[in-house]
Design a protein around this ligand. Structure first.
Ligand code: PMT
Length: 400
């Protein structure tokens, strides 16, 4: 289950042209299983209407502090049941009101009343954003524990190019997920995840690669982030859209990946290797593009080191086994030879569990238990199961 599933999100919307993105955001949060109730400032309602939000969330959207709500005081009832108050977009005026504790409308009264985490996503022209008054408001809000989404450099509706542009919906959802997961099962832990396929150069234009899209690794990195972990994503070649809200380290070859894994696991609690690593590389990469000669061409390959095997056992080590035959037998060998705590075996000859698929079917292997086949699931669901197991091992290890 996603960290958004069943969460009650109060979406505060302010009077900015970026308010149109809040409608798409509300819709996506609703589709991900969150219950989204919207509070519009009166100026937000000049740009978008309560009806827009009720239509996409099937929940009420309020403007007026004094909306009759029989048996309850509206802002207190909203504040008490929220898992998160997200003010998106947040204007300079509302940021100042929140920072100063003014309580002159439904949004500000609810902010003062709630004990839920608060996220604000500023959206305004660069001059307003960089103004000392706005920065002071943001500093006050940060000090009081609010999570501030960093605006982007870019073109504002006015045509001015500066920092103040609100990030797109996917990035906002990543930030919301990270805030909701902050006190999760991996809170305060560091998890390193590898994703994608390494590329071993033959010459300046060609390489030996594989079919990894990065989807499995990205789903794992997102699931770790949603459990509250600080995630380092070591990303080889991929085709899927990369996840947000984590440190991303790009690599090309298996040797690059090994160096990055060694550097970032020094402080980590767990390593999950979902990346597809070349076991062999060309002994030499030519300096210039290889030309056709009319004769067969032999390429001598030499073995790459086993990255997972050489990582110390002090951290939780998790690998995959990408097999096309004797899946269990080969995966069992990898569990031992790589000194892994867990190996997830997938039969990559199946279209539903292989490279590029949105789903996976894995068998869980560990030292102390017999192999456990899991049903076919979306890669995001497989990732959530894997992270549960990883979190349990990390907890065990930290109490040992
Ligand atoms: O990226 P997708 O399109 O979503 O596809 C997902 C996947 C099929 C790539 C993924 O589920 C998967 O199986 N990843 C592991 C791919 C792989 O390299 O498997 P392997 O059986 O060759 O290696 C076993 C384990 O050792 C892996 O965790 C691998 O990362 C690691 N390894 C391999 C070689 C090497 N030199 N060093 C390693 O550490």
């Amino acid at each position: 289950m996603s960290v958004l599933s069943g969460k009650r999100i109060l979406l505060g919307v302010c009077g900015s042209i970026a308010a149109f993105k809040a409608v798409a955001l509300a819709s996506q949060l609703n589709q991900a299983g969150a219950e989204v109730t919207t509070i519009l400032t009166k100026d937000a309602a000049r740009f978008v209407t309560p009806l827009s939000f009720t239509s996409v969330t099937q929940q009420p959207a309020y403007i007026d502090l004094f909306t009759p709500d029989p048996g309850r005081i509206l802002h207190i009832a909203l504040a008490e049941k929220a898992d998160l108050l997200a003010v998106i977009p947040a204007t300079a005026h509302t940021l100042a009101r929140l920072a100063q504790g003014l309580s002159d409308d439904l949004l500000t009264c609810t902010y003062l009343s709630t004990r839920a985490p608060v996220l604000v996503a500023p959206a305004m022209d660069g001059g307003m954003y960089s103004n000392a008054a706005t920065q002071a408001s943001l500093a006050t809000l940060r000090d009081s524990g609010a999570h501030v989404v960093e605006p982007l450099e870019g073109r504002a509706a006015s045509g001015l190019v500066a920092k103040g542009r609100m990030p797109e919906v996917d990035a906002l959802i990543a930030e919301i997920r990270a805030v909701l997961g902050k006190n999760g099962s991996l809170s305060g832990k560091i998890v390193v995840v590898t994703a994608g396929g390494t590329q071993e150069p033959l010459d300046p234009v060609r390489y030996i690669g594989n079919r990894s899209s990065g989807k499995m690794g990205f789903a794992l990195a997102e699931a770790a982030r949603d459990c509250g972990a600080r995630v380092v994503l070591i990303k080889a070649a991929t085709t899927a859209p990369p996840p947000l809200g984590m440190t991303s380290v790009p690599v090309t070859t298996a040797a690059d990946m090994q160096a990055a894994v060694n550097e970032h696991t020094a402080q980590a609690d767990a390593l999950i290797m979902a990346g597809a690593v070349a076991d062999y590389r060309p002994e030499t990469a030519r300096d210039q593009k290889t030309k056709r000669t009319g004769d067969p061409l032999a390429i001598r390959l030499v073995e790459n080191e086993d990255i997972l095997a050489q990582v110390p056992r002090t951290l939780v080590k998790v690998g995959f086994a990408a097999e096309t035959e004797d899946v269990l037998k080969n995966a069992e060998k990898k569990l031992t030879s790589k000194g892994a705590d867990l190996i997830f075996a997938n039969d990559v000859s199946h279209p539903e569990s292989g490279f590029g698929a949105d789903t996976n079917r894995v068998v869980v292997l560990s030292k102390d238990h017999s192999p456990e086949p899991l049903p076919l699931m979306a890669k995001s669901e497989v990732a959530a199961v894997i992270l549960e197991r990883v979190a349990a091992l990390v907890q065990e290890r930290s109490h040992a």
